[in-house]
Design a protein around this ligand. Sequence first.
Ligand code: CA
Length: 223
Amino acid sequence: MRLLVVEDDPDLNRQLFDALTDAGYVVDKALDGEEGHFLGDTEPYDAVILDLGLPIMDGVSILEQWRRDGHKMPVLILTARDRWSDKVAGFDAGADDYVSKPFHMEEVLARIRALLRRNAGHATSEIECGPLIVDTKSARATIDGKAIKLTSLEYRLLAYLMHHKGRVVSRTELVEHLYDQDFDRDSNTIEVFVGRLRKKLGVDLLRTVRGLGYCLSEPDDAG
Ligand code: CA
């Protein structure tokens, strides 16, 4: 899953980047409102963390503009603790959740997990697909209760497919959601990673749909 962090405090931006990266997400970051707005407008993010007080363009204006332009990704806003009116303005502009500063990183991580799974229609942090269970909280996967050893990229690939299980996901979409903006994107490598992941899963859950992409689905609805 690919996230955007828009926060002008460089230390806080770095802390968010590190914590989210450690948690297995791909993260792009922006330090002012203009860059943040541009990235959210042009790159397909699975969720955004958006500070409200930003140079050049404020968070509420960014969010209003994104929503007007039809961008529906979940957005978590960062607000000052005692500014209830900021929260109201943020929600009215299209925010999905908020965290007040100063915050505990664990809370931000939990809220992002919740936004991502709700957006994908899942009620808990564990997503199931037949014998396969992916725990998005611990970033672990099991088949029939046995842990599968995955590299961070394989986990990201699996987590993305699990969040979109039952749907065909194209190679281009995977490339856009598994790598950050600076990565030299070659969609052929995705095929290699899918092959490795399929081997590690060892069960027939991950299908290649010729000419379209990949689909992770339960054996029953594979037909
Ligand atoms: Ca700020």
